[in-house]
Design a protein around this ligand. Structure first.
Ligand code: OOG
Ligand code: NI
Length: 469
């Protein structure tokens, strides 16, 4: 009798992985399930209010199923290993974020995000994980003795068992796994992100915590764990209000672009405050006592249109302008109030303008209207006449300042850092070497998608499309 030997493709493994982590995390942090319920309500109501327009930035099924996770590892070896674990799920490193410099307080990590890259893989399941690595040799944070102890601690622990790494490598090589292997891979991968029940060394944990709570969460405990899982909503202001109405303490504000009447760009995020979770501590006298830690929180996000390099430069200038005005504003003025004004002055308020000025990334399809004739036509004219229709490309990545804001707003204190000391250098290339795989530049990925679609539009219309710039 013939049995099916077709492997389960990576996209399906990834969808199952996202679900199985959500199940685990919901058991560990019940408030997460509340967040997911409220997110569903928000999305359902948004669709009821906006009809077909609601799907402008992704089908309601995709948006409602969509999650990102965040995890933290302690060394180059652990980062290279987790890259293999994610690789088997078709999740590849994209983008470099240096949170050491993006925050005033002590966040001694550099990060990337593992996610699918191809448009059809993203459409099947876009699960992504923001992954941070402790920079244990950065002297601004760690003295030589603490560095040596961190290295010894990390060298002694195993986050990812050999069997898991072997299955991951097989999935990478064979683009998926047979059913039995798939089950085992999912079980081991999920288990490696569960909160450890092992007692935490009290003095070591709090030695690190005085330097940085993030460092303690990474280097003070015997394994890694999901820090948060983030559902995507279509209206984050609505979500924020509903969570507060349920009595859940949210951080002070929504990070990223403000609410306004123009197109949503990049990423808006907020979170509820980390909840106390019970842990066992081993004390210096050998006794084991219960205590609690607040490190895991619930985050939610709303995604907008990806910005081109010019669009991102404009965004960064608007943020700087917002900061300047906020500093000069009367006490009690919020960042969000100032930002909405700055946005109205600085950012085009239609998708068509974002496309025509090449500030946002779009794909283009041929519309019903007869195209202009001639050897060439401006993109703007084709869009204005309806010969070309622009569809937004959704931002699939993260924002360093928001990431730092999310880390920071959940720290119990600032920690300590000495900026007189030399830092350890990291950039995208250096972190690629650590991972052993090239990290993609997100802007180049969006640009390739947009350019390919413009090239096929030129073919279909039989003319050359010229640009404003
Ligand atoms: C990661 C914080 C950044 C985001 O969505 O920007 C992040 C962490 O807390 O480990 O998840
Ligand atoms: Ni996050």
């Amino acid at each position: 009798m013939a049995t099916s030997t077709a492997p389960i493709p990576q996209a399906e493994l990834r969808a199952r992985f996202a679900l199985s982590l959500a199940q685990l995390y919901g058991q560990e942090v019940p408030a997460y399930d509340t967040l997911v319920d409220v997110s569903r309500e928000v999305n359902t109501d948004f669709v009821a209010r906006h009809g077909a327009d609601a799907a402008r930035l992704g089908s309601i099924e995709r948006v409602t199923a969509e999650r990102h996770g965040a995890i933290r590892v302690g060394s180059a070896r652990e980062l290279a290993q987790v890259a293999r674990v994610f690789g088997g799920f078709g999740m590849h490193p994209v983008g470099f974020y240096d949170l050491r410099d993006a925050s005033k307080s002590s966040v001694p990590v550099v990060s990337t995000a593992f996610r699918p890259i191809d448009a059809d893989e993203l459409a099947q399941n876009p699960f992504r994980v923001f992954t941070s690595m402790l920079v244990h040799d950065d002297r601004r944070f760690f003295d030589a003795d603490t560095q040596a102890r961190l290295e010894a601690f990390m060298a002694a622990r195993t986050l990812f068992p050999d069997e898991l790494l072997t299955l991951a490598d097989r999935s990478i090589a064979e683009d998926g796994l047979a059913a039995d292997d798939a089950d085992r891979y999912l079980e081991l991968a999920t288990a490696s992100f569960a909160l450890s029940r092992e007692p935490v060394d009290h003095d070591w944990y709090f030695h690190l915590e005085r330097i940085s709570s993030v460092a303690a969460d990474i280097g003070g405990v015997p394994s890694t764990h999901i820090n948060h899982l983030t559902p995507r909503v279509l209206d984050i202001d609505d979500l924020y209000a509903r969570m507060q109405a349920r009595g859940i303490a949210m951080i002070d504000e929504i990070q990223g672009p403000p609410r306004w009447e123009g197109p949503d760009v990049l990423l808006r995020q907020t979170s509820f405050r980390a909840l106390a979770e019970e842990r066992q501590f081993r004390h210096a006298d050998g006794s084991i006592q219960a205590g609690s830690l607040r490190v895991r929180f619930g985050e939610v996000e709303q995604r907008g249109i990806a910005l081109t390099t010019n669009g991102r430069d404009l965004y960064d200038r608007l943020v700087a302008e917002q900061d300047r005005r906020l500093a000069a504003a009367p006490a009690g003025t919020t960042r969000v109030e100032v930002a909405a004004v700055v946005w109205r002055e600085g950012l085009p308020d239609t998708e068509l303008e974002l496309a025509a000025q090449e500030l946002g990334f779009f794909t283009y399809r041929v519309g019903d209207m007869a195209p202009a004739t001639g050897p060439e036509a401006p993109l703007r004219t084709l869009l204005e006449t309806g010969a070309l229709i622009a569809e937004p490309i959704v931002y699939e990545d993260f924002l360093p300042r928001s990431a730092a804001g999310i880390f920071q707003s959940n720290l119990t204190d600032e920690g300590s850092r000495d900026d007189e000391q030399a830092s350890t250098f990291y950039d995208l290339d250096r972190l690629s070497e650590v991972i052993g795989l090239p990290i993609s530049d997100p802007t180049l990925l969006y640009d390739a998608q947009a350019s390919a679609s413009l090239a096929s539009a030129e073919q279909a219309l039989g003319l050359r499309i010229t640009r404003d710039a």
